[in-house]
Design a protein around this ligand. Structure first.
Ligand SMILES: *[C@@H]1O[C@H](CO)[C@@H](O)[C@H](O)[C@H]1NC(C)=O
Ligand SMILES: *[C@@H]1O[C@H](CO)[C@@H](O)[C@H](O)[C@H]1NC(C)=O
Ligand SMILES: *[C@@H]1O[C@H](CO)[C@@H](O)[C@H](O)[C@H]1NC(C)=O
Ligand SMILES: *[C@@H]1O[C@H](CO)[C@@H](O)[C@H](O)[C@H]1NC(C)=O
Ligand SMILES: *[C@@H]1O[C@H](CO)[C@@H](O)[C@H](O)[C@H]1NC(C)=O
Ligand SMILES: *[C@@H]1O[C@H](CO)[C@@H](O)[C@H](O)[C@H]1NC(C)=O
Ligand SMILES: *[C@@H]1O[C@H](CO)[C@@H](O)[C@H](O)[C@H]1NC(C)=O
Ligand SMILES: *[C@@H]1O[C@H](CO)[C@@H](O)[C@H](O)[C@H]1NC(C)=O
Length: 907
């Protein structure tokens, strides 16, 4: 018998429109494990299939993106399944995903998505978009006919305990979806499906029914959809009402209802069908096909046939289906490499009956290539997403596929193993609430940036358990409390850069300070002070000259007895290591101050504001207690305003506040104790400091002071002008590290852009006051620069800012004038250098500092450098000094010919 071309049946890749209009199933049964989602249905609503055997719920709990639409009324027909009446459409976002939870990792599932455009948006446009299952491409959905339904189905092994179905906008229209089904499949079924490959359905065909009903649940316990298939008049349709047995080893469990109908060729000994590879599809496609058979006619005749694919035997034997007994022929290996596939069932020569075919399933084999992100990371980041309601493209798998990784995440993609989240950047995302512990479950995290949000509460210590965390940026929030010990420890050992500027931790709420680039280390921990919002701090008095006369006291000889029970409610200071680091700004009572100072036993300084006493906290930390003596209401008010500035300035080169006292008996400040006293003492040779400072200490102190001032000018917002820079206000700790003190006269610029602030009257210390400020009453940052220039000159010369005339009629002379005169007339730096340094300095370095100092003290503010430039120059001076080495000092007479020497022709 010859087979005519018309007898070949082509398996078209797209469903025909009528197909689902007739969707219907019969019977009732158990559907445990089914998830049936009607996409676009209002929350809490349900819908049923036409036959009411399956109930669909709203998709609201499975997705948090997209908009619901009804399809256009003209497409709603009585036979259209209600799941198509509405859609969810995704105008925004590249990838939007449904998440179905509570699955079992490693089990097999069938997932089916359906689509019917129905002109829901009134645009009547063709739409093409991609569908992903988990992190893997699944199928491209091409919708060109608004009335046609499209179905995508995949059978896969779920790698994790949830699955995500993602609609990906590929720029060819707005993705939408009508319904989404999930059906558990027994694990031994569809053996081609394993954790490394899935099957994407092409067609699932039920051959030979006389009506157009789709067979699905409950006839098919897995709710597969079998579409009717026939090819009249070339194929005769045959059926039986008898139940078709399945074998115990059956790997497909094709339902009896499907096998009960079959096709048999008319006037031919062959059944032939074809399918094509879409020529526009550039993907490599391999197919998996299952042919299901059962003999339906009880007969003595022989029905035997061969099965070939592109004329190559597919099944090596000839095949004879058994009566009312199911059998499936399937390829052990996928078939690929052709543009056209032709399957032929041909009767053998011995056969007296033509072949029979009951059902066909055709799939594309889909390799599972991408690996999902580490499960722990996924649950942690989802917890973070939900607790802050993050409104980024946070949809689907966080890291995979790489192209669609979530914004703000950086992931590491190992060759083997799951991607891990290594960087999480949620800066400026409007986050509110507390820092969730879920961050601590992102165990591969290296950088966490939560800056510039509205986070409140304290910093959780669990963050210190992140083993790889090296940058933690919490700046610009409203966090309070102290920095947890664990994090402090990490910053101490250098493994963590912690940014906490611009928080209540450090700053009052009225103003803010920018410490965004500072790495916390031991000595800067002092800035981690909790500042009460309405902190009343007594600052240096309006009286200008405050002289600390701190003396180094041997702690062993001074041992006040303090009853620890009386020292208040909280720990005053934590000793993180040998250098005591003050973490909490606390309130002291007068009684406590009495105890701390051993009843105000030892006075270490005195000024217009009152007296400074030596104090000792319970933990052994030495402190300076500044007691405000009688103060008027006006003075107290002034202090309160200025206290706002003080409490926001925390820098290693600014003296730290430990606590304060404000009750009816006392107004006092408890400050970091600076054991080496003032720079003035060291330069001018105070009684306790006979040994003059070596040059290398002087420039180090100069640099540190410059950095403190630079911070006031640049790091603080609004910037602060110190207004009283002088050696007396530069304090030194036991390591001779310098800190600027006394912000009693500091003034903020009203904003960062403002260049000056006008004051009622000029304040400052004679000899240090910027002449421009003096004339105009306009205070600028350059006023501090001027004063600092004078300090530099003092460091070089060891002279006071105003040199008193030696003769009775000699006028006093300004130090700047004094230096200029000498340098301009002789160019001999040694004429101005402090003789007490002897020759222990590098002449180039001294020249360079002198150069900086003279620039700083230029008459016009515009000509003076900024503190940043000064700090840079001083760094170079230190390098020069270090490069010179300090042992050979006799051959340094290179002042006039060395190229590194800064000359002062300009002065
Ligand atoms: C869809 O139609 C139903 C009535 O059939 C109506 O209640 C609902 O509000 C409509 N939804 C939208 C998004 O238009
Ligand atoms: C979508 O299908 C239409 C009609 O079948 C076809 O013309 C068009 O090229 C397809 N678009 C894509 C992107 O595949
Ligand atoms: C999945 O099946 C294919 C084909 O049988 C096989 O090559 C592959 O190793 C299997 N993968 C796993 C993870 O079992
Ligand atoms: C079986 O065949 C008979 C007669 O051709 C037909 O009436 C009936 O609808 C068929 N049954 C099915 C399920 O196709
Ligand atoms: C089609 O099959 C039916 C019974 O299954 C049979 O009665 C009829 O003769 C067949 N028609 C043709 C054209 O073979
Ligand atoms: C914090 O919240 C306040 C008021 O709720 C708002 O004005 C401000 O912009 C927020 N800041 C950030 C960084 O989101
Ligand atoms: C973090 O992980 C632990 C242990 O895996 C788990 O018990 C906890 O619920 C997780 N926390 C969050 C917020 O995800
Ligand atoms: C600081 O915050 C408190 C309460 O949140 C508020 O009453 C006070 O006015 C704020 N202070 C400033 C200076 O904004």
């Amino acid at each position: 018998m010859k087979n005519s071309p018309r007898r070949e049946m082509v398996l078209w890749f797209v469903f025909i429109a009528c197909f689902l209009n007739n969707a219907g199933v019969n019977g009732q049964g158990d559907n445990t494990g089914f998830v049936s989602i009607d996409c676009g249905l209002p929350e809490k609503d349900i819908s049923s299939t036409l036959t009411r055997t399956l109930t669909y719920s709203s998709d609201a709990q499975f997705i948090d993106a997209g908009t619901n639409y009804n399809i256009s009324a003209e497409y709603i027909t009585p036979t259209l399944s209600p799941q198509y009446f509405n859609v969810r459409s995704f105008k925004t976002g590249i990838r939007n995903c449904y998440t179905i939870k509570y699955l079992v990792a490693g089990l097999k599932y069938l997932v089916r998505a359906t689509f019917m455009y129905g002109n829901y948006d009134g645009l009547n446009k063709e739409v093409v978009f991609d569908l992903h299952i988990g992190v893997n491409y699944w199928k491209t959905i091409n919708i060109s006919d608004p009335g046609k339904t499209t179905i995508a189905e995949v059978i896969f092994v779920c790698p994790v305990d949830y699955i995500q179905v993602c609609l990906v906008n590929t720029g060819l229209g707005i993705p939408f979806i009508s319904s989404l089904d999930l059906r558990p499949i027994k694990n031994h079924l569809y053996p081609a499906v394993n954790s490394s490959q899935s099957l994407v359905l092409v067609r699932r065909l039920n051959a030979g029914p006389t009506d157009t009903t789709i067979i699905r649940y409950p006839d098919d316990p897995y709710d597969r959809m079998w579409e009717p298939w026939s090819n009249l008049p070339y194929w005769n349709e045959t059926n039986t009402t008898s139940y078709i047995q399945t074998s115990p080893n059956d790997l497909f469990e094709a339902p009896s209802a499907v096998l009960q109908t079959a096709v048999i060729p008319v006037n031919s000994s062959e059944i032939q069908f074809l399918w094509f590879v879409d020529p526009t599809d550039d993907k490599f496609i391999s197919y998996v096909a299952n042919l299901h058979f059962s003999e339906l006619i009880q007969t003595d005749q022989k029905r035997e046939f061969t099965i070939t694919i592109n004329d190559v035997p597919w099944y090596k034997h000839s095949f004879s289906p058994k009566y009312l007994y199911q059998d499936t022929i399937y390829a052990l290996r996928p078939i690929d490499g052709f543009q056209l596939y032709k399957v032929t069932l041909a009767a053998t020569v011995d056969s007296t009956l033509p072949p029979i075919l009951n059902a066909v399933e055709l799939f594309i084999l889909l390799p599972v290539s991408a690996v999902t992100t580490d499960n722990g990371d996924v649950s942690a980041i989802n917890a973070i997403k939900s607790s802050y309601k993050v409104t980024k493209n946070w949809n689907g798998d966080p890291c995979a596929p790489k192209t669609y990784a979530w914004d703000g995440l950086t992931c590491s993609y190992a060759v083997s193993g799951s991607p891990r989240i290594t960087v999480l950047n949620l800066a400026s995302n409007g986050l509110t609430g507390e820092i969730t512990n879920a961050f601590a479950n992102l165990t591969a995290l290296q950088t966490l940036d939560l800056s510039h949000n509205n986070l409140t509460g304290s910093i959780p210590d669990v963050l210190s358990q992140l083993p790889s965390l090296s940058v933690l940026d919490l700046s610009g929030n409203q966090l309070n409390g102290s920095i947890p010990q664990g994090l402090l420890k990490k910053t101490k050992d250098g493994s963590l850069t912690l940014r906490i500027g611009n928080n209540m931790i450090l700053c009052s709420n009225g103003t803010s300070c920018d410490q965004s680039t500072r790495k916390l280390n031991g000595s800067t921990m002092a800035m981690a002070i909790v500042v009460p919002i309405v902190l009343v701090v007594i600052l240096a008095a309006v009286g200008i000259l405050i002289i600390y006369k701190f003396k180094k006291l041997p702690a062993s000889t001074w041992n006040p007895t303090i009853n620890p029970q009386n020292t208040g409610h909280s720990t005053v200071a934590h000793n993180v290591d040998s250098t005591s680091i003050k973490l909490e700004n606390r309130q002291f009572t007068y009684n406590e101050l009495q105890q701390i100072t051993n009843n105000f036993q030892r006075e270490i300084g005195r000024g217009g504001f009152g007296i400074v006493y030596m104090g000792l906290l319970v933990d052994g930390t030495q402190v300076a207690v500044k007691i405000q003596s009688n103060s008027s209401t006006q003075e107290v008010n002034d202090f309160m305003v200025e206290a706002q500035h003080l409490t926001r300035i925390h820098h290693r080169n600014l003296v730290s506040l430990i606590g304060y006292c404000k009750d009816k008996n006392c107004l006092a400040l408890v400050l970091e104790y600076m054991s080496e006293g003032t720079l003035e003492d060291h330069l001018r040779g105070g009684a306790a400091n006979t040994r003059p400072l070596a040059w290398r200490y002087r420039i180090q102190i100069a640099l540190e002071s410059a950095q403190g001032l630079e911070y006031l000018h640049k790091g603080c917002n609004p910037p602060l002008i110190h207004r009283d820079v002088k050696p007396n206000n530069i304090l030194l700790d036991a390591k001779l590290e310098a800190k600027i003190a006394d912000f009693g006269m500091s003034k903020p610029l009203s904003s960062n852009n403002n260049t000056h602030v006008t004051t009622d009257h000029v304040v400052g210390t004679p000899g240090y006051v910027d002449p421009e400020y003096h004339m105009t009453c306009q205070l600028t940052k350059k006023s501090d620069v001027y004063s600092f220039g004078v300090v530099l000159l003092q460091m070089i010369t060891g002279q006071p800012a105003i040199i008193k005339g030696t003769e009775p009629d000699n006028e006093s002379m300004n130090l700047i004038q004094w230096v200029r005169e000498r340098l301009i007339t002789t160019s001999d730096i040694e004429r101005v250098v402090d003789a007490r340094m002897q020759v222990d300095y590098d002449i180039n370095s001294v020249w360079k500092v002198a150069d900086v100092a003279l620039k700083c003290t230029a008459q016009s503010g515009a000509q003076r450098p900024t503190m940043t430039e000064v700090a840079l120059q001083l760094k170079e001076c230190i390098e020069l000094e270090a490069a010179a080495g300090r042992n050979s000092t006799s051959n340094f007479h290179t002042a006039n010919n060395s190229s590194t020497v800064c000359t002062c022709e300009n002065y």
